[in-house]
Design a binder for this molecule. Structure first.
Ligand code: GCW
Length: 677
């Protein structure tokens, strides 16, 4: 009786393992735990919550030699910047407590991903590595695709805090700290005045307290009209003495509750948001007034450059036009926050020419982690390659080598504060980001904010190992005898690294941009142009297709946006022969019959690009199916079903776009391209 029961259990277990249906909890993301090995942690530094957290993480995650002794040392060291650390064997040294915590996470990451833990010296590229949450007090997230806000519930109950919140915020802070993120703006830049009311400030304080042990600061995006709408004043004019007093009093109130409050992020005079221009004042007037209010407490103002007026002939030029005249006039605790491209988080844009323009103003990049325009948690798109492309683009500000990374991290010209922002993609979904691979984008943002020279290949490698390699006994048993590196890591990494180019191909190849259907920013809509909508909110404003050709002429004969770039870029972009083909239709209006480098006509090339994108996604489905033996059931099926949607919708992009543009070109679809379905 006993033996047969054992046998039964044995068979069951074997079946279980061979199908690789071991259980995984998607909640832990890249901080998955196996059974920890014993470790001794010796801390030399003044006791603090952050050092306690560092010790605890090490103790709970240790997978190295059992009973090793790890030393955590806080001491001044000239080679270390704030938050930087050194790892030498079993010793982690940093100049501040947070640096020790980052060193601990780095050591664990290195051990889990097979990298050396000797002679490591690591300093962050940016001082402030900040998530931007577009979370509303209603609990909804603007373009949130992974459930509701983890911070706000609904307007009636937004300010209460329960035990579930506290544990979620703690894990949120751990995940962030593990990749170097040290700040978060926890409400939407399309901001509500109530955020500055006493009950909301109390809630900010509670969140700040929950994330503080992990080195994170909280920031707010206040509404510029708060003096009127929250404070009851008649104006929000930044030069009005009552308005100045209002903001000073608010700063005092905030810092009494949150002594390490990070500062403000402002969206002003953009897409209907209030701002200083409502009172015939300037960005400088607005930003400096707020900067002065925060200055006594060490706070900063991140002032967004995402501004564009309706019906301007070229939206892509406006940020430079509005901000360049003010170079040198901003307070030193103001940073201008610039989206990576000059339009709006498109699948591909050249870098914004505001990078490399100002020399006496701090400038920071803003990336979008949430895939508003890149498949919205339905498509598998690893954004790291896009950000890497931007950070490594040369602006030529001070000659060759002035990359976007370097003109924002303080190495090309001095900036008192340096920072980088990423619009968050997380919500209350049990795995945080809905699409399991969307977590790789959160991870990549943190890693690039820490080190803006990292390659996407390395980031993908780390993330895959930390997220999918077996760590539990159950997982390890399921993987026994299988070649994880060849069967899983290599093909899946390649899929990730190809995925953004695939999205560009099936959505907007060759420099096309903003071809989305109205409102949802998800599917294709090149044909959408109702009479009463602002032109710059319709795709034809950007594609400019006609019988002769397609593309936006931004050369000297067009809007001359090319002149906002330094040489040699401006002449390169304005030359039909020399402009990189990936930006062709961004800068040029090109005849359908133009001969591309491949020898094909532009029309044929365009069709083939769309088709290639679809074929790439179909191949991703194959890659993922082959990866099944290496993945737990839940995550496998989640990704597999999203890839089906992804493939179907890539096809819709291709068919819709080709059939629409064919009404202009009048040319046949090349034979090697799949017919529309
Ligand atoms: O990408 C656009 C979005 C808006 C967003 C805006 C911005 C928060 O469609 O939803 O508003 O950019 O960045 O301010």
């Amino acid at each position: 009786m006993k033996t047969s029961l054992l046998k039964f259990i044995f068979i069951l277990t074997a079946v279980f393992y061979s199908a690789a249906t071991y259980a995984e909890n998607g909640y832990d993301l890249w901080l998955r735990k196996g059974p920890a090995k014993p470790v001794k942690v010796v801390v030399s530094g003044k006791k603090s919550a952050i050092l306690d957290a560092a010790k605890q993480e090490l103790t709970e995650f240790w997978q190295g030699t059992p009973n090793a002794t790890i030393q955590l040392v806080v001491k001044a060291d000239k080679s270390l910047k704030t938050d930087g650390f050194k790892i030498n064997g079993n010793v982690i040294t940093a100049g501040n407590d947070a640096g020790v915590l980052y060193g601990v996470y780095d050591m664990l990451r290195r051990m889990a991903s097979g990298q050396s833990t000797d002679n490591v010296l690591s300093n962050p590229s940016y001082q402030r590595r900040v998530l931007n949450h577009w979370d509303n007090p209603t609990g909804n997230i603007e373009h949130g695709f992974a459930g509701k806000s983890i911070f706000w519930r609904n307007e009636k109950d937004s300010v209460t805090v329960n035990a579930g919140d506290l544990s979620r915020w703690k894990d949120y802070a751990r995940l962030n700290a593990s990749i170097g993120i040290n700040g978060a703006v926890i409400n939407n830049v399309n901001a509500q005045p109530m955020m500055l009311s006493a009950p909301y400030l109390k809630k900010y304080a509670a969140i700040a307290a929950a994330v503080r042990p992990y080195g994170m600061k909280i920031y707010m995006a206040p509404n510029f009209a708060s003096p009127i709408r929250q404070g009851g004043l008649k104006t929000a004019d930044p030069l009005d003495p009552e308005v100045i007093k209002y903001w000073q009093a608010k700063a005092k109130e905030i810092y009494a509750l949150i002594p390490d409050f990070g500062g403000f992020l402002i969206k002003a005079n953009s897409e209907g948001q209030p701002g200083p221009q409502d009172y015939k004042r300037t960005h400088v007037d607005g930003a400096n007034m707020l900067a002065d209010a925060l200055k006594p407490y060490g706070g900063i103002v991140m002032w967004r450059a995402f501004v564009y007026a309706p019906n301007d002939p070229d939206r892509a030029k406006q940020a430079v036009q509005e901000f360049m005249p003010f170079d040198g006039q901003f307070r030193d605790n103001v940073i201008i926050q610039v989206k990576n491209g000059p339009v709006d988080f498109q699948p591909r844009e050249p870098f914004s020419p505001l990078f490399g323009a100002m020399k006496k103003t701090s400038v920071m990049p803003e990336f979008q982690i949430m895939q508003e325009y890149l498949g919205q948690a339905k498509h598998l798109v690893f954004l790291s390659t896009m950000w890497e492309e931007c950070l490594k683009s040369d602006t030529y500000q001070m000659g060759a080598g002035s990359t976007v990374g370097k003109v924002t991290d303080g190495s090309v010209y001095p900036q008192k504060y340096t920072a980088i922002a990423g619009v968050s993609n997380i919500g209350l979904d049990s795995n945080w980001t809905a699409h399991p691979f969307a977590a790789a984008n959160w991870y990549a943002f943190g890693r690039l904010g820490w080190d803006n020279t990292l390659t996407s290949a390395q980031i993908a490698d780390e993330w895959l190992k930390l997220t999918f390699a077996p760590v539990t006994d159950e997982g390890k048993a399921a993987m026994a005898g299988k070649n994880w590196d060849a069967g899983f890591l290599a093909p899946v990494k390649k899929m990730m690294l190809d995925s953004r180019e695939a999205a560009v191909n099936y959505m907007m190849p060759l420099g096309l941009h903003h071809q989305f259907s109205a409102y949802d920013h998800y599917g294709p809509g090149s044909w959408y142009a109702p009479a009463r909508t602002r032109a710059d909110w319709t795709p034809p404003y950007y594609h400019k297709a006609d019988k002769q050709g397609i593309g936006f002429n931004r050369t000297e004969t067009g809007t001359d946006a090319v002149s906002q770039y330094h040489e040699p870029l401006s002449s390169t972009f304005s030359s039909l022969e020399n402009v990189p083909e990936m930006y062709l239709l961004w800068f040029q209006h090109v005849p359908w019959t133009y001969k591309m480098k491949s020898g094909r006509t532009l029309w044929d090339e365009l069709c083939i690009k769309y088709d290639t994108g679809v074929k790439q996604v179909r191949q991703f489905q194959v890659v993922w199916d082959m990866a099944q033996p290496f993945v737990d059931k839940e995550r496998f099926e989640n990704v597999q079903s999203r890839l089906r949607i992804h493939a179907r919708d890539a096809q819709v992009w291709k068919d819709g776009s080709i059939l629409y543009f064919q009404t202009f070109s009048g040319m046949p679809i090349p034979y090697e391209v799949e017919r529309p379905v």
